[in-house]
Ligand binder design. Sequence first.
Ligand SMILES: CC(C)(COP(=O)(O)OP(=O)(O)OC[C@H]1O[C@@H](n2cnc3c(N)ncnc32)[C@H](O)[C@@H]1OP(=O)(O)O)[C@@H](O)C(=O)NCCC(=O)NCCS
Length: 177
Amino acid sequence: MIRHEDLEFRELNSADEQQALDAHQEMLEEDFQFLFWTSNGESWEDYTCRMSSWRRGEHLPDGWVRTGFFVAVEHGYILGRVSVRYELNESLEHVGGHIGYGVLPDSRRRGVASALCRYGLQELAAAGVAKALITCHADNEGSKATILGCGGVLDPRLPSVRNAEGVEELRFWVPTS
Ligand SMILES: CC(C)(COP(=O)(O)OP(=O)(O)OC[C@H]1O[C@@H](n2cnc3c(N)ncnc32)[C@H](O)[C@@H]1OP(=O)(O)O)[C@@H](O)C(=O)NCCC(=O)NCCS
């Protein structure tokens, strides 16, 4: 298991480029977007500035809500990431929710997703959000266990929905503190 004193949560910085792009590439193989990165010619510096401005709620694309992006780092190595939507729009309320996380394959089953999820919950609590919506594929046992371990309870009104691809997603509410 991860030692919490060894884990740092922070925004991406200019020194993270290679590691973060490698992580993005590796997780694309599992169909998971590690970064909100599009190779459209944007420099890494501009990308990290874009992420920071989104965290402040500035320069958001149309229809997007304020969003934070944080990596979990152990001894200088990025192990995973969490994105935090500080509010919900209609689409996130349906599927997507407040928090999304991913852990690199070599760092799984050490409690990293649980720590990332708890960090995201703390961020939301600090922003005044009392309950977080977290959704996951119905067959994603790891994510389901992570959410349940953080105190998640299925939405009694709408426990599951189909996402845009027709896949069943479970909808959990998790207290932030
Ligand atoms: C799902 C994922 C985030 C889990 O990350 P992780 O760091 O291995 O999770 P943790 O070590 O914190 O484990 C949390 C719980 O999930 C369980 N778990 C983790 N992976 C599991 C798996 N593949 N099958 C069953 N249970 C699993 C752990 O045993 C633990 O349960 P416990 O608290 O009852 O002991 C990781 O596999 C991943 O990034 N997958 C690809 C991206 C993804 O699915 N993101 C989530 C989108 S909603």
